[in-house]
Ligand binder design. Sequence first.
Ligand code: ASP
Length: 315
Amino acid sequence: MVYPERHLLAIEGLHPPAIAQLLDLADSYVLLNRSGKTQRDLLRGKTLINLFYEDSTRTRTSFELAGKRLGADVINMSVSTSSVNKGETLLDTAATLNAMHCDLLVVRHDQSGAPNLLAQKVDAAVINAGDGTHEHPTQALLDALTIRRRRGRLEGLTIAICGDVLHSRVARSNIHLLTTMGSRVRVIAPPTLIPAQAEELGVKVFHDMRSGLAGADIVMMLRLQKERMAQSLVPSAREYFRFFGLDAEKLAYAKPDALVMHPGPMNRGVEIDSEVADDPERSLIREQVEMGVAVRMAVLDTLSRPAAEWAPNVR
Ligand code: ASP
């Protein structure tokens, strides 16, 4: 085992062998899932708690499915029905969950860093399922698995990430993973939606789709995260679509066989046109969801192994 950690809190800092190991294991889970078999003895007797402080469809469901396919007891705690609604602090919730001897704790939170804090307070292995604008590591892993299975590699590919990069934890995790694995990463957005010093993350910044998409192998679209915008950063959805929304015309700027991705949820007609999103030849969006289950199985499998199997000095 080369995966170096007790938790999965971020992609930043992971070395290529650790990432490759998770992807290889996920690949084997894709085959298992497609064969219709399960491996219910692997996590038998272990408890997985999904603690979601923010809405989620794909991520929560796929962690639940992944845990169940491996035989874990899975409990979903949604904040709207828990004592968090009665004012309980994150640390008090952590102490409560700890007392229940949970083994794997999957956390989504609107505050960047919340999973890191929990990881210091609980005995469980903590998995970040998206924290504020910081990271969403399993999304980046599933995106990488989807690309690697289609293109056979990550190294040397040109990948354009387009849209609300400023607020996107998906973009941040993908940038760390893809640059670490040798892809050429571009970000395309209006200046108001690009983080300051984005180049320091190892990406090229573009403010127009024509030049940003030229020669791209993969086009990854992002949602406008209005819930994280303190002020309006784009004139209107219609105007945004005109310049930055992906339709067949703009996709033609990329390589002729370029593939389209989106982490979901999609806002059709804002950042992506249905014609492109639903094109079975070009869109990988459904496949990303399938890969999500396999990646989460690989992560749960890896983090539930005995500590003696970790290699703490790889970082
Ligand atoms: N589902 C992704 C996330 O949780 C992307 C999004 O919400 O736009 O970050």
